[in-house]
Design a binder for this molecule. Structure first.
Ligand code: PHE
Length: 469
């Protein structure tokens, strides 16, 4: 693990000064790729992608999602990783370092990112808590019923119990803290490198099971036959928000991770691989879920409860279903872990670097804050069920605000800053690794897209999706 040369050491070998950080980054290029894919692949793929596709017209929604990923999500990911690596700093400090004049408040993009990380973690740790709870419940066989009324009751029992909701959320927070405290390489990199291959193997096992069920073809038809009548402005905004959420962009996660990437990594081609891997996992998740759902005659458009009510009944309907159910929730918990580590790292990197508190204290403070904010989401099906803002519970509000507003708006400002303020020359240097890569065509395409296509599309979709145009 190479410590950067400019990091100073005091006489006793301890790191000192502002660079006295865990600025060691990921140990290997492959580790950086694993951690970054680990951030992108998460409940967004396994929980959100399938139910949003179900709600919004199947394949038609996937097409809009793909376009958003290519023209908006990927360019913003490239911008974030590039800026993080240039500045070698956390999300806020990166914007401050790269902005041309200290009087321009571009660092506010970083501040918005840290706030988004808290908002997303608030509901994400709750859903992850349900997933962890379901790993245990499915091992004990407690979820095995082909009757959705029974599995629905089991889910209601979990979410309507304040004690259970908080307990599982806090277990998740404690586990993530233990990994984050170990550091970027020994904690995040080491964990994602182990979990990601396992996740893939488990997903493929479930895909084979699902696709070989009689009647599976109905699920394939649903996934691949577009219904364009459902594509409203709001649905298109949702597709774009999902692209941001799934790629972990628009808020500084990728900026933070980019600051741990290696100097010689090829950013455009590696981020494209991250995007394709994320897409592949989403499709594999869709192929695991829909063919089985249709094969047993269940409703595909079951909303967020698809994962926790329909899926257990689907598994209960097949031979050895209990084993597949355990594997399924296990892989979902692996996916959630990689994503949560990257969310956690955003405030931790900022606190550890910009104050003198060090990584352990920064992690504890972040976890405690998350426990407090997150509890308002965790209790939104019980104690706080009647507490709504704009007609949404805290859980739904955090989800809506982050995916449909904060991430796209964050992405818009990141694109504008990169393309128009930081500028083409800097982008050219950074993406060619200061002239060592011969990738002019790709870099020129990125510059045009980030300057013109990404911001225009974002503005149009935001205005339209919010009902302003
Ligand atoms: N990309 C993650 C997922 O799909 C969620 C996430 C969003 C992670 C934003 C980090 C930042 O589940």
């Amino acid at each position: 693990m190479a410590v950067r040369k400019d990091v100073q050491k005091s006489a006793n070998g301890k790191l000192i000064g502002k660079e006295a950080l865990q600025r060691t980054g990921f140990a290997t290029a492959l580790g950086a790729v694993f951690a970054t894919i680990g951030s992108a692949v998460g409940l967004g793929n396994i929980w959100k992608f399938p139910y949003l596709t179900g709600e919004n017209g199947g394949a038609a929604f996937i097409i809009v999602y793909l376009i958003s990923t290519l023209l908006v999500g990927l360019p913003v990911m490239i911008a974030e990783i590039m800026m993080g690596r240039e500045a070698r700093s956390n999300a806020i400090e990166t914007m401050r370092k790269l902005s041309p004049s200290k009087s321009q408040p571009w660092w506010l993009i970083g501040v918005a990112g840290v706030l988004s990380a808290f908002l997303i973690m608030a509901f994400y740790t709750e859903v992850a808590g349900w997933v962890f709870a379901y790993v245990f419940k499915s091992i004990s066989g407690g979820l095995l019923s082909t009757d959705p009324a029974v599995t629905s009751q089991a889910f209601t029992n979990l979410v309507s119990s304040p004690f259970q909701s908080l307990l599982w959320q806090w277990i998740v927070l404690a586990l993530m803290s233990l990994i984050i405290i170990r550091g970027v390489s020994k904690g995040i990199e080491a964990t994602t490198k182990r979990l990601l291959p396992l996740l893939l193997v488990l997903l493929i096992i479930i895909d084979i099971r699902s696709l070989t069920l009689p009647g599976a073809v109905e699920g394939l038809k649903f996934l691949f036959t577009p219904d364009f009548s459902k594509l409203t402005g709001a649905a298109i905004l949702t597709a774009m928000g999902l692209a941001f959420f799934k790629l972990s962009v628009g808020m500084g996660t990728m900026t933070t991770y980019g600051s741990y990437w290696k100097d010689d990594q090829n950013i455009p081609s590696t981020t494209a691989r991250v995007m394709l891997s994320d897409l592949a996992v989403s499709m594999l998740a869709g192929l695991a879920i829909f063919p089985a759902v249709f094969a047993f005659g269940f409703e595909p458009t079951a909303g967020p409860s698809l994962l926790f009510i329909t899926i257990p009944s689907v598994f209960a309907s097949m031979p050895f279903g209990n084993i597949f159910m355990v594997l399924f929730f296990l892989l979902a918990s692996f996916a959630a872990t990689g994503a949560m580590l990257s969310l956690f790292e955003v405030p931790v990197a900022f606190l550890a670097e910009n104050t003198k508190m060090g990584r352990v204290k920064a992690t504890v403070i972040t976890a405690v804050l998350l426990g407090v904010i997150g509890s308002t989401a965790a209790l939104s099906s019980s104690t706080l069920a009647n507490f709504t803002v704009f007609g949404k519970t805290m859980f739904d509000l955090y989800d809506y605000l982050s995916s449909n507003l904060l991430l796209p708006i964050g992405g818009l400002f990141i694109a504008i800053f990169t393309g128009w303020v930081w500028g083409a020359e800097n982008i050219r240097k950074a993406l060619s690794n200061h002239g060592t890569l011969k990738n002019e065509m790709v870099v020129n395409a990125v510059i045009v897209i980030i300057k013109f296509v990404t911001p225009v599309l974002l503005i149009l979709v935001l205005l339209n999706g919010l009902g302003i145009v």
